[in-house]
Design a protein around this ligand. Structure first.
Ligand SMILES: NC(=O)c1ccc[n+]([C@@H]2O[C@H](COP(=O)([O-])OP(=O)(O)OC[C@H]3O[C@@H](n4cnc5c(N)ncnc54)[C@H](OP(=O)(O)O)[C@@H]3O)[C@@H](O)[C@H]2O)c1
Length: 391
């Protein structure tokens, strides 16, 4: 994880009394919400809302977007895939060459097809910097809004609370195969022996018997050994797809050249100020789907008030946040915005009812600075710092 220290330093800015007051209010809110979850069957409703498979969204079909990336099913193949694939899975013989939408009551979800035929929601919910004490409430809220892809990591230290939220959601009517759970293996466990143990620990904390997408979090330590372990778990049907994160173009090319099973996903920093068009092409040419972390640059550079994004949004009655998510989705980039506010969860979810024009996209292209706002994964000092962080 890149920014643990930033998270801790942010919280360090709050006084102890502020934190206690916050926690008290949150505990009351959480208790109320828990009762609501138990009594209202809100997950059952959300489950129905996303249950029916519709045809390819006409909006997306008309947007000129290339949404048929995962035609190549020859990689990441899993003989046991159908066992765990459920409603959203598919074996490689039935790979759809287009994305599909699930819709009802105005709620829609677009699925992208990974290189092994597994269908993955293109929009999910990110949980970095959400402490264990808050993560259950946040994930329950996200599921009630309609999110089904939840992104977490061993290093986020919130898998346990997310597991509680998943348990409560499944009790409330959401089926396991509607969910798409992604978690990541931290550097200190990135080797063949420790990867098995770390995987089992994550599985247990999440309260699951398989993971939808398991990812090497950082491109360090024995990534090849860890990949052998992950490949074995994948072939055993304990993971539906395996992927990587923060692998730059050279590393991902090398990794694909010397592994039989290719990563299905590469999760990388990607936002309007760091657009990575060339890097996405390199991944896509290797049949890897790109997933964006920090789609909002974590709010840096005044992104939520950016004039250009506001102007574009105004035409469609959308906010800069919605324009950003829509822009990434139209590039077939999977997005996982993080927010602790249910209102903003709803806002970030409402991105399937408009399409950007070529002119909008040309304007957004001008925001690219081609520079990271967070971390250069080739910087020796940052590598040393990350290598010392134990999860
Ligand atoms: N693989 C990696 O190395 C890596 C690194 C970083 C992140 N990630 C993953 O990617 C996910 C997303 O990245 P991120 O969490 O770093 O940052 P992000 O999604 O770019 O930004 C999150 C920030 O935006 C605010 N926000 C969210 N929606 C908003 C809206 N509609 N309007 C105004 N503000 C809004 C949130 O504040 P509030 O919470 O107050 O709403 C939060 O401060 C993470 O949660 C994690 O799952 C992976």
């Amino acid at each position: 994880m890149n920014d643990t220290s930033e998270f801790h330093s942010k919280n360090a800015l709050k006084s102890v009394s502020e934190i206690c007051a916050l926690q008290d209010t949150k505990q009351i809110q959480n208790a109320k919400r828990r009762d609501f979850v138990k009594n209202s069957g809100k997950f059952a409703l959300a489950s129905v809302a996303l249950g029916a498979m519709a045809s390819v969204s006409p909006l997306l079909a008309n947007s000129g977007t290339n949404l048929s990336l995962a035609k190549n099913s020859s990689t990441n193949s899993n003989s046991n895939l159908t066992k765990n694939s459920g409603a959203n899975g598919a074996n490689s013989n039935s790979v759809a060459s287009k994305n599909t939408t699930h819709s009802n009551k105005g709620a829609k979800m677009l699925y992208t097809t990974l290189n092994n035929g597994v269908k993955m929601p293109i929009l999910g919910y990110g949980t970095y910097q959400i402490p264990n004490s808050e993560a259950q409430r946040c994930v329950e809220d996200a599921l009630s809004v309609g999110y089904r892809l939840i992104d977490t990591a061993q290093a986020y230290a919130n898998e346990q609370a997310i597991g509680e939220a998943l348990k409560s959601a499944m009790k409330g009517g959401i089926k396991r195969d509607e969910l798409f759970i992604e978690t990541k293996l931290w550097i200190s466990h990135t080797n063949e022996k420790d990867a098995f143990k770390a995987f089992e620990t994550s599985l247990k904390k999440l309260g699951l018997d398989y993971i939808d997408l398991y990812v090497i979090h950082q491109p360090y330590n024995d990534t090849y050994g860890a990949w052998r372990a992950m490949s074995k778990l994948y072939k055993e049907g304990k993971i539906r797809a395996i992927g990587v994160s923060n692998f730059y173009a050279d590393k991902i090319t090398d990794f694909c050249a010397f592994n039989d099973i290719k990563p299905a996903v590469n999760q990388i920093e990607l936002h309007p100020f760091f657009q990575k068009v060339g890097e996405q092409k390199i991944n896509n040419d290797l049949s890897i789907t790109v997933q964006s972390w920090a789609s909002f640059a974590e709010g840096q550079n005044g992104i939520f008030k950016n004039e250009l994004l506001s102007q574009i949004g105004k035409k469609y009655g959308k906010t800069p946040a919605q324009v950003i998510l829509r822009w990434l989705i139209e590039r077939n980039v999977i997005v996982i915005p993080k927010t602790t506010s249910i209102e903003r969860m709803r806002e970030n979810f409402a991105v399937f009812d408009f399409a950007l024009s070529a002119d909008d996209k040309a304007k957004i292209a001008t925001l690219d600075t081609n520079k990271t706002l967070f971390i250069d994964h080739r910087d020796p000092e940052r590598i040393k710092w990350l290598a010392n962080y134990k999860a």
